[in-house]
Write a protein that binds this ligand. Structure first.
Ligand SMILES: Cc1cc2nc3c(=O)[nH]c(=O)nc-3n(C[C@H](O)[C@H](O)[C@H](O)COP(=O)(O)OP(=O)(O)OC[C@H]3O[C@@H](n4cnc5c(N)ncnc54)[C@H](O)[C@@H]3O)c2cc1C
Length: 511
């Protein structure tokens, strides 16, 4: 269908314009101006511009690079490519990404960086301020202390990618990557697992060191080692960075390559009968692929975008978006929901001027005996901390209310127990964020949906997703453009594991 996209576009342009001038929200911009003469001149002007663009090749700053980078060895889809103006509301695209947080924007960046004008990519984001997006509130940690090869490798790639951010993005938005080791503390019960995972991490290219209790005590005199049997500290490719700046870089670079960012909420899908495709588990009436997404724009107007492929990267809303595609309330494979739920987490900024505070050399400390984590924030005695286990917490997708009593009554005692200098720390500020938590096996879901031939999912990465956005975006771009994983084989993270009931537990996940 989209093979003829440019032809369709040419035929439809006058119709679409007539439609768009009527349905745009009132806002006083040029498109809403209904004065008959100005409207006629505007339409004529647009047509002249289109005719000019058609005959006169546009100057393209990426032109030379795009000539050397051809797209799509994947025969599964016929892509139309990107020939539209960035300012127009896109009615058609090759790849539509729902959710423009860290993961969705990274996917757009990778797709456009590789395919350039060979692929028309649209990102739909309902909240351009990202007030509730996990990407905005992350504690910014980058670590390789994981137990699965996939998770370790994704984070290592994240570190390499961030280190070369200026070259990768070609933008001047500083990522503020601070390379610092992460110190993980394990109880007697978890010490053996720590040894094994440290071995695996080093085999895969990380560099970290196991520390006995004596060595912990002499190296970190501010640390109380009670209840600790072993520590592990990263020596490179760890640290923290600014996820907001990373998001801005993804968006700016993707936009520079021609990705379209649309402000609106994906509220429904339209389907297309595809009798030529036979799918196990499809209803007897035949297989229907996803065809269009309905977008509700901020003013209330609804528009649709037709796509060849769709990616759900909607964070905690991914389950609800998947449900619009009947995932979780259909027959056969569609019976299985996308098992992603919101889990609320608090983060606290504290300050202490105590004499025994951990100084400049303090690594980010993850105390797995209690689930608390803390790191330095600048040089003035500020620290940011959080806690990973909230079993009693009432969770609601939209509620970002913060509890200060949780800090004073629960977290402060745990922190002070481990690092006594924090016993009298002042609570400076606090905020809440929502993990997109996979209730099936606590791990992310990445890859094609087993029922729809044109739907991919990238969601459920809980408390470790932002550092993995470089690898996740690259992985989805490989699936779309090459039909397979090229760099890291992440196939074990696919939705299929739910069908065959093969959980992929990440023992060191930040949940
Ligand atoms: C408190 C906290 C601390 C964290 N700390 C770390 C850390 O130290 N290190 C780390 O690596 N990770 C951390 N994370 C995890 C990381 O922030 C997330 O894994 C990552 O940001 C997820 O990115 P995302 O794009 O999937 O989700 P989001 O950033 O939530 O983006 C999803 C986007 O989809 C949009 N959307 C949803 N539904 C629709 C719709 N229907 N139509 C259009 N748009 C829609 C939303 O508005 C949102 O912007 C932390 C998370 C939290 C909450």
């Amino acid at each position: 269908m989209l093979r003829c996209r440019h032809v369709i576009r040419k035929i439809q342009v006058p119709l679409l314009r007539a439609h768009s001038t009527g349905s745009n929200p009132p806002g006083g911009n040029e498109q809403n101006d209904q004065h008959p003469l100005r409207r006629t001149f505007r339409l004529l002007g647009n047509d002249m511009r289109k005719i000019k663009e058609f005959f006169v090749p546009k100057e393209d700053k990426y032109e030379n690079e795009s000539k050397t980078q051809s797209i799509a060895t994947n025969n599964k889809f016929k892509f139309g490519g990107d020939k539209g103006s960035i300012e127009e509301f896109p009615t058609h695209c090759d790849v539509l990404i729902i959710g423009g947080g860290g993961i969705g924007s990274s996917i757009a960046y990778w797709l456009k960086q590789k395919a350039r004008n060979g692929l028309n990519v649209v990102v739909v984001e309902k909240d351009i301020k990202h007030e509730k997006s996990a990407t905005r509130v992350s504690i910014n940690g980058l670590s390789h202390h994981f137990s699965l090869p996939e998770t370790i490798q994704m984070s290592l790639f994240g570190a390499d990618f961030l280190r070369e951010a200026p070259e990768n993005f070609g933008t001047n938005i500083p990522i503020k990557y601070v390379p610092y080791g992460q110190l993980v503390l394990a109880s007697e019960e978890d010490a053996e697992m720590m040894k094994q995972t440290s071995h695996l991490q080093n085999e895969l290219g990380a560099r970290n060191e196991l520390l006995t209790v004596d060595r912990l005590a002499s190296r970190f005199p501010w640390l109380n080692t009670k209840g600790i049997a072993l520590g592990c500290i990263g020596q490179e490719r760890e640290g923290w960075f600014d996820p907001w700046a990373l998001l801005a870089n993804y968006k700016r670079a993707a936009h520079g390559y021609g990705a379209h960012f649309v402000h609106g909420e994906a509220i429904d899908f339209e389907f297309e009968n595809q009798g030529d495709i036979i799918v196990t588990g499809a209803e007897r009436s035949g297989y229907q692929s996803l065809d269009k997404v309905i977008i509700q724009q901020p003013g209330g107007a609804q528009r649709s975008i037709k796509f060849a492929l769709c990616v759900i990267a909607a964070g905690v809303n991914s389950k609800a978006v998947a449900r619009l595609a009947h995932i979780g309330h259909g027959e056969g494979v569609l019976h299985l929901p996308l098992p992603i739920e919101a889990r609320k987490r608090y983060m606290y900024k504290i300050n202490t001027q105590d004499q025994n505070i951990p100084g400049m050399a303090m690594p980010m400390v993850v105390d797995s005996t209690t689930g608390t984590y803390i790191r330095r924030l600048g040089l003035g005695g500020d620290y940011v901390c959080g806690h990973n286990a909230f079993p009693d917490e009432e969770v609601s997708g939209d509620n970002l209310d913060v509890s200060t009593s949780y800090f004073n009554e629960k977290m402060r005692p745990m922190l002070a127990d481990r690092i006594p200098a924090f016993a009298t720390a002042d609570l400076v500020s606090c905020m809440a964020g929502l993990y997109d938590y996979n209730v099936y096996d606590d791990n992310g879901i990445l890859g094609p949906h087993p029922y729809y031939h044109n739907l991919y999912i990238a969601s459920g990465f809980s408390g470790q997703g932002i550092q993995q956005t470089p690898a996740l975006g690259r992985a989805i771009s490989e699936l779309i453009m090459d039909g397979q994983f090229r760099t890291l084989d992440l196939s074990r993270l696919g939705f299929d594991r739910l069908i065959v009931d093969k959980p992929m537990y990440e023992f060191n996940a930040l949940n």
